[in-house]
Design a protein around this ligand. Structure first.
Ligand code: AP5
Length: 219
């Protein structure tokens, strides 16, 4: 199964991707996580991405397309993939179409998570992440057992630099300008599945699975 998770920053794409991954053995490919790994490694690509990401802007298409092209037909993706944060521009969507055509496969669904702006800001400003195992928490809605410490690996939780107010504003603008047009792109080809992203993560997962019921090759 091949799924795309679309939605504004903080809509809960990563949270849902993890749940879908656990449930069906699909592989989450999150370009944000891949880029943060590159930053951590100090590679040339990472140094370039670091500045752009801190500001909340989009990394150039060529970089992220290359990253996905290197991963999409890996052995760990055999049961299916969940693209989280990719594509984010029409050029990226077209490049993905070409990759899937080359593999002789098609997209099953594009889940579009929708959430009001005030909830987005509340989710992003309270988010804390584990830099070691990538687990995601929230100061109000999903706090760890011990404050500031990851339940899974004991890592010290951090606030992402791009979750600060100035970067959040820029990320929302980038979403409106470059990513929102993808809703029409996928609606036009009949793959778009809107999902209301309010409520608890479990409620949203149920809604997601329900929405996928009518989709061939459903999870
Ligand atoms: P990326 O890491 O992809 O960030 P994003 O799309 O802005 O998405 P987020 O990770 O912020 O949010 P999410 O929707 O996954 O929400 P989450 O589940 O964490 O990208 C970062 C940067 O990398 C970009 O700005 C760009 O620079 C670059 N980049 C990445 N991909 C790119 C691409 N393709 N092209 C160009 N540049 C690219 O949830 C958020 C918070 O809410 C958490 O605290 C969570 O616990 C909480 N939460 C989640 N669900 C619920 C719920 N139901 N109820 C209450 N709280 C909840």
């Amino acid at each position: 199964m091949k799924l795309i998770l679309l939605g504004p920053p903080g809509a809960g794409k990563g949270t849902q991707a993890k749940r879908l991954e656990d449930r069906r053995g699909l592989r989450q490919l999150a370009t944000g996580d891949m880029l943060r790994e590159a930053v951590k490694s100090g590679s040339e690509l990472g140094q370039k991405a670091d500045r752009i990401m801190k500001a909340g802007q989009l990394v150039p298409d060529g970089i992220v397309i290359q990253m996905i092209a290197e991963r999409i037909d890996g052995k760990d993706c055999a049961k299916g993939i969940i693209l989280d944060g990719f594509p984010r521009t029409v050029a990226q969507a077209e490049a993905l179409d070409a990759m899937l055509t080359e593999q002789g496969v098609t997209l099953d669904a594009v889940l579009s998570y929708e959430l009001p702006l005030e909830e987005i800001i509340a989710r992003l400003s309270g988010r804390r992440t584990c830099p070691v195992c990538k687990s995601v928490y929230h100061t109000v809605t999903r706090s760890p057992r011990v404050k500031g410490v990851c339940d899974h690996c004991g890592g010290k939780l951090i606030q992402r630099e791009d979750d600060r107010p100035e970067s959040i504003r820029t990320r929302m603008l980038a979403y409106e300008k470059s990513t929102r047009p993808l809703l029409d792109y996928y609606r036009h080809i009949g793959s778009l599945v809107p999902v209301l992203a309010s409520g608890t993560p479990e409620e949203i997962l149920k809604r997601t699975l329900y929405s996928l019921n009518g989709v061939p090759g459903r999870v």
